[in-house]
Design a binder for this molecule. Structure first.
Ligand SMILES: *[C@@H]1O[C@H](CO)[C@@H](O)[C@H](O)[C@H]1NC(C)=O
Ligand SMILES: *[C@@H]1O[C@H](CO)[C@@H](O)[C@H](O)[C@H]1NC(C)=O
Ligand SMILES: *[C@@H]1O[C@H](CO)[C@@H](O)[C@H](O)[C@H]1NC(C)=O
Ligand SMILES: *[C@@H]1O[C@H](CO)[C@@H](O)[C@H](O)[C@H]1NC(C)=O
Length: 375
């Protein structure tokens, strides 16, 4: 009686082993590719730094800036495929893709925001720091700018994890080919922030965003008093699309490869959120990084230019819109972003009184999946 049972169990185990090792869909490369998908003024530079400063990570911030800058007469939708091709090449460390957008005589320092990449500030891309140093943008820019462009590719190839932050994708479907691509092991971190805080922050950087806004909604809809609301409407719509597909893991190749992160949750508990994101990205949390994360979210250490908060407290800053944004603007904005806010767990305020009542928590957890959906 026992012998055949044991035999069949062993045999079944053998079969399933065989099956998993020969299943073509599950074959993924040893590297991990992480795309931080976000929007302007949503804390994505800070989140990018959490990855950039990790010694196992090659990080690039917004490489598709070069696509948009070279082809600024186009609309976002028309540029999505070019942006897709660009990030695929960057994930594979094939930097000749930049030939299409930059001079062939380019240097490392011609790359947009190169100094935000710790990997481009340490060997083999720069000899002034160690790979496990925490390196500030200013120090890097001063010491590491005079290196040839070829160092970007050389450095990239030495890392197990490659992370790109992008604000220039508006839906997930355009990224499907990357998720099914056998040469990539892509995971997506979708970073969102309360649209009211985004709006408030965007008002302070309006001039810098004009070109991007024209690409997002077109020059017509970007004009006048409605302009900023039209742009936010487009951004909120994109968050709904991305979150809906990602969280339901439809199609199934998204399973385990999508993680929603709200900026406010990072601000409220930076260490816990960093740990979750690292786990999703298959990275180890390093004690030195923990201290650094604590420092920069509490107004200490190197982090000021990263968190753009000066010496103030991160929680305090993330609530600044409640003190400074007029209620009529909030009402108009909630009008165009209501669906996204409901979905992502941002409570609407119905009066100026509610807006100013700091005891009123505007962050829902209900309706959200467990935040570690990725693992
Ligand atoms: C790198 O990308 C270029 C196109 O941008 C392509 O022609 C070339 O074959 C790629 N190189 C490798 C090694 O895949
Ligand atoms: C690249 O750097 C070299 C040496 O610093 C400089 O002579 C050259 O003009 C730079 N090229 C570009 C395109 O900026
Ligand atoms: C954190 O802050 C303390 C106190 O300002 C400082 O001594 C330490 O070097 C900082 N560490 C990191 C990793 O930023
Ligand atoms: C931030 O903190 C400062 C000083 O502690 C306080 O005066 C200010 O009202 C706070 N702002 C918000 C939005 O909580």
């Amino acid at each position: 009686f026992w012998l055949p049972t044991v035999f069949s169990i062993v045999f079944i185990c053998f079969l399933s082993q065989l099956h998993s090792s020969y299943s073509p869909q599950e074959k993924k490369p040893a590297q991990v590719h992480i795309l931080i998908l976000s929007s302007w003024r949503s804390g994505s530079s800070f989140t990018g730094q959490l990855f950039s400063q990790h010694p196992d990570v090659f990080y690039l911030m917004e490489p598709a800036w070069h696509v948009w800058t070279a082809m600024y007469q186009n609309r976002a939708k028309a540029l999505q495929m070019a942006a897709h091709d660009l990030i695929r090449s960057v994930f594979l460390c094939n930097m000749s893709v930049f030939d299409a957008y930059m001079s062939t005589q380019r240097n490392k320092s011609d790359l947009f925001q190169w100094e935000a990449s710790r990997a481009l500030c340490s060997p083999p891309a720069c000899d002034h720091f160690q790979r496990n140093h925490i390196i500030s943008k200013t120090a890097c820019k001063t010491l590491c700018s005079r290196y040839p462009f070829s160092k970007v590719e050389e450095a990239c190839k030495t890392y197990s994890h490659r992370v790109i932050k992008e604000v220039r994708f508006f839906d997930l479907t355009v990224l499907y080919p990357l998720l099914t691509d056998p040469s990539l092991n892509l995971k997506i971190i979708h970073l969102v922030r309360d649209p009211r805080a985004v709006f408030h922050s965007r008002e302070k950087t309006l001039a810098a965003l004009i070109d991007d806004n024209n690409i997002v909604v077109g020059p017509q809809k970007n004009q006048g008093e409605r302009g900023p609301y039209n742009v936010m409407q487009e951004i909120c719509k994109s968050h709904i699309q991305i979150y809906t597909e990602g969280s339901q893991a439809l199609p199934s190749f998204l399973k385990g490869r999508y993680m929603l992160v709200r900026y406010e949750d990072i601000v409220n508990d930076p260490l816990a959120k960093a740990a979750q994101m690292y786990k999703f990205a298959e990275l180890h949390l390093i004690p030195k990084l923990e201290v650094w994360v604590y420092n920069i979210t509490h107004g200490k250490g190197l982090g000021t230019q990263v968190f753009d908060i000066g010496s103030r407290d991160a929680v305090n800053v993330s609530q600044a819109w409640r003190k400074n944004l007029p209620f009529q603007k909030i009402a108009k904005l909630q009008n165009v972003c209501k669906d996204a806010m409901d979905l992502l767990g941002y409570r609407l305020v119905m009066s100026e009184e509610e807006q100013k009542d700091m005891a009123l928590n505007l962050l829902f957890t209900q309706g959200l999946p467990p935040s570690d959906t990725g693992s």
